[in-house]
Write a protein that binds this ligand. Structure first.
Ligand code: EPU
Length: 345
């Protein structure tokens, strides 16, 4: 039997610490509970909002919806040979704890992704990435409940269509609820050290343990701890533009940090743009861009979604004016009925 709670405060469950009251809320600990809760929402004609670690969401002050807080635990070894392991992990497991555990066991691949906030189940959605690695490279299967077919199924890595901060779960946000993820990790390390100063930080001790340690240190030195400075990580995506548009930009801004992408496109560092526009460490009331990393928006005092929007729209408009570029927010924006809103509105 599921137990629905009413008028639940979601402040502790979203890392931006926004004051959000949900009319209906349930903690979901198994696939059966998930199915029951979705049935309940349908019967009551409520929209269902899937809440994972709450580290990539912008929620309104009042939510008239059923919030399903995914808390599916568990870790199961599916397969092991001399080179690799396949492990199925509950969507409710804390991402960083899972990464630490894999390193300790000698299962390699995820070390560059240490200290990313959030839970395992959300990791495929925007294909979390950091320091030259994206999680999709190590995902074998995503286990889902398909709400349109009303069935449990698995989606292969290829069918997830992973790209920079993107997957099919972004294209069809209401269709799938991720319950578990199966990862394939390797017993022989293959360290990815090409990003920025990582090689220098790792130095001569080129081990997965040291790589993980350095990634943690770099993140801690630049990124605000959500417990101290509530935030959702990078607030904007790094814009990816055509080579032609980039060359034009380069004539005016020759120092712009950039990374070549497939299909003759170029990714530009949004943090640099925001910094150059004078927003690093700048606040508008309760909300500002972090002093050590301009790409991270921080809630400094009890901000609401309105305050957050006030600040980031200002940043967007300054960037538009200075660089003729549109910055797209990374977190997902929700309306008071629990459905996703476009950032363009
Ligand atoms: N920069 C500035 N000023 C700033 C911030 C950055 O000049 O205030 C410059 C840096 O000097 C550097 C460039 O911008 O030349 C890129 O900065 P950084 O290496 O810190 O990475 P990022 O592009 O800002 C991305 C991810 C992060 C990820 C890091 C490391 C996105 C949107 N963000 O940030 O992901 O940790 O690379 O791989 O792709 C997240 O998504 O929440 C996140 C933290």
């Amino acid at each position: 039997m599921i137990h629905i709670q009413h008028q639940v405060q979601l402040k502790p469950f979203n890392t931006l610490n926004l004051d959000v009251v949900a009319s209906h809320y349930i903690k979901v600990q198994s696939v059966n509970e998930l199915i029951e809760a979705l049935d309940y929402a349908e019967q009551q004609q409520l929209n269902a909002l899937i809440l994972s670690g709450g580290s990539n969401m912008l929620l309104p002050q009042s939510l008239d919806a059923l919030v399903l807080h995914i808390d599916i635990q568990g870790l199961e070894m599916i397969d092991e040979d001399s080179e690799s392991v396949k492990i199925k992990v509950g969507g409710g497991q804390i991402w960083h704890d899972f990464v630490l555990m894999t390193t300790q066991k000698g299962w390699y691949g995820l070390q560059n992704l240490a200290l990313i906030p959030g839970l395992v189940g959300a990791s495929p959605v925007q294909n979390i990435g950091a320091y030259g690695v994206e999680v999709g490279e190590f995902i074998e299967l995503v286990h889902v409940y398909d709400r349109s077919e009303k069935s449990v199924k698995t989606i292969s890595c290829a069918d997830c269509e992973f790209a920079y901060r993107h997957s099919i779960f972004k294209d069809e946000p209401y269709r799938y609820v991720i319950t578990h993820v199966t990862f394939k990790l390797f017993k022989t390390p293959n360290l990815k050290l090409s990003y920025g100063d990582l090689l220098k930080a790792v130095g001569n001790e080129q081990t997965p343990e040291n790589l993980q340690k350095q990634v943690i240190q770099i993140r801690e030195s630049k990124l605000p701890n959500p417990k101290e400075y509530p935030n959702v990580g990078s607030f904007f995506k790094n814009p990816v533009i055509s080579r032609q548009d980039f060359n034009q930009l380069l004539t005016e801004f020759p120092l712009i940090p950039h990374y070549p992408q497939p299909h003759d496109r170029v990714k530009i560092a949004a943090g640099w743009l925001i910094d150059q526009a004078g927003w690093k460490g700048k606040r508008l009331g309760a909300v500002g861009m972090f002093e050590k990393q301009a790409l991270v928006l921080v809630n400094y005092a009890n901000a609401t979604l309105i305050d957050v929007q006030h600040t980031y729209r200002h940043v967007q408009s300054d960037i538009q004016q200075k660089f003729k570029l549109r910055l797209e927010p990374e977190p997902v924006l929700f309306g008071s009925n629990g459905l996703i809103l476009s950032h363009m509105e």
